[in-house]
Design a protein around this ligand. Structure first.
Ligand code: SF4
Ligand code: SF4
Length: 397
């Protein structure tokens, strides 16, 4: 469900939302300042949010800037994404304990501080989910829960998760979600979607309601239908964000361009810069490569099988029976970009990129996915024989 009339809530209602969810035993997770960046962590009040902070981002550059206003959501996405809660960096698939000649095997045996696939899951409430990240979650829903092989842990956590989206009222220089049609306004998949409006006299939120439980949550809080000028002001802010984006990804014929560019000279050029550090895949909200590791402790009494985040930039990731299938940097970068922007469409029906810009900001040498694709496209298009003229939609298209 989605109410057609946007509502207005006051700044103080955000604390009301957080405490109401906490009283219902949700772990509320939101953006918070740690060190010199904004990360995601458990929060208990608005004072834990990045009050009055925005971030400046550029290729290989990130810094926080203090604003003269007490905004809660003037920043954009940071190095963390919500996937760390739904698809944890380390998950114990099972463990085996030896005791008095008996071996017990299970996925929830005590003795490890990493989450176990069979553990009771924490119900999360995500506060401050940006539209790009909401599309990333919808993409991962398909990956982990949409096919014949489903990830039971992901589904259990996801089914219980609240999503309170926040529409972006500022873009960073690395954002390009407007071109991938994944932002800056959240269109579906949320319980509530907030737009923060700050004027000289006022600080309030326009709320769009996406679910019955979202509406119910607001019942105990002071709210009223937003008037026309309040709604228009919120819409202007979000539209302004889209027009601030200097980067873009041209998605028309993207799959065909990349499938016909395996021998492009640009792959050699980017390989000279790429450090294969895997940062781009770690920060990406849609990347889902993982490996499985078996470990035994020094006493030989306990063994664990762990699933860990991995990356297609790691040489070992494509190791098959005596060698790596993608042994060169060129092959690994080409594989990553071609998967994100072409073969992902064949697998899941969408791009694997939601335009969040994280891989551009957190690449230590500032490699820019939009620039790499543009360089390939500009020199491939003239020879292109498209097999489809459809534009690619993203998220839950
Ligand atoms: S593109 Fe950048 S972030 Fe990704 S592996 Fe290469 S150097 Fe690291
Ligand atoms: S590929 Fe880069 S811009 Fe696209 S979703 Fe991943 S991190 Fe964001």
């Amino acid at each position: 469900m989605s109410t057609t009339t946007p509502l207005r809530i006051e700044l103080s209602a955000i604390d009301g939302i957080i405490s109401s969810l906490r009283q219902q035993h949700y772990t509320v997770v939101g953006p918070t300042v740690r060190g010199a960046s904004i990360v995601l962590d458990e929060i208990s009040s608005t004072s834990d949010l990045p009050v009055g902070w925005m971030c400046e981002q550029a290729p290989a550059r990130y810094r926080l800037i203090k604003l003269p206003v007490d905004s809660l959501f003037a920043h954009t996405v940071g190095p963390h994404s919500w996937k760390q809660y739904l698809f944890p960096p380390i998950l114990r698939l099972f463990s085996a304990n030896r005791n008095d000649g008996e071996i017990r095997i299970g996925d929830g045996l005590p003795g490890s501080d990493v989450p176990g696939a069979g553990d009771a899951v924490r119900p999360y409430a995500f506060l401050g989910v940006r539209s790009c990240d909401l599309h990333a979650i919808l993409i991962q829903d398909k990956i982990f829960g949409g096919g014949p092989y489903q990830d039971a842990y992901y589904r259990r956590v996801r089914e219980q998760t609240w999503i309170i989206a926040v529409n972006c009222t500022l873009a960073s220089a690395t954002c390009f979600c407007a071109s991938t049609k994944t932002g800056p306004k959240a269109s579906s998949g949320y319980d509530l979607a907030l737009t923060e409006v700050i004027t000289e006299q006022d600080h309030y939120f326009i709320v769009e309601v996406g679910t019955e439980r979202g509406l119910k949550l607001l019942e105990g809080l002071n709210h009223r239908p937003a008037n026309e000028s309040e709604t228009a002001r919120a819409a202007e802010l979000v539209e302004g964000t889209a027009s601030q984006m200097a980067r873009s990804l041209e998605t028309e014929n993207i799959r065909e361009v990349l499938y016909q560019s395996a021998d492009h000279t640009r792959w050699e050029a980017v390989a000279k810069r790429c450090l294969t550090c895997a940062n781009c895949t770690m920060v990406c909200p849609t990347c889902f490569c993982a490996t499985v590791e078996d470990t035994v402790d020094l006493t030989g009494m306990r063994a664990e099988r762990l699933r860990k985040w991995d990356s297609c930039f790691n040489m070992d990731f494509s190791y098959i029976h005596g060698g790596s299938v993608r042994s060169s940097v060129k092959a690994r970068y080409r594989h990553w970009l071609t998967h994100k922007l072409a073969s992902w469409i064949d697998q899941f029906g969408t791009l694997g990129c939601v335009g969040c810009g994280r891989c551009i900001t957190w690449c230590p040498v500032g490699i820019d996915i939009t620039e790499e694709y543009r360089a390939i496209r500009d020199t491939t298009l003239t020879n292109l024989v498209p097999s489809s003229t459809e534009e690619v939609e993203n998220g839950n298209a």
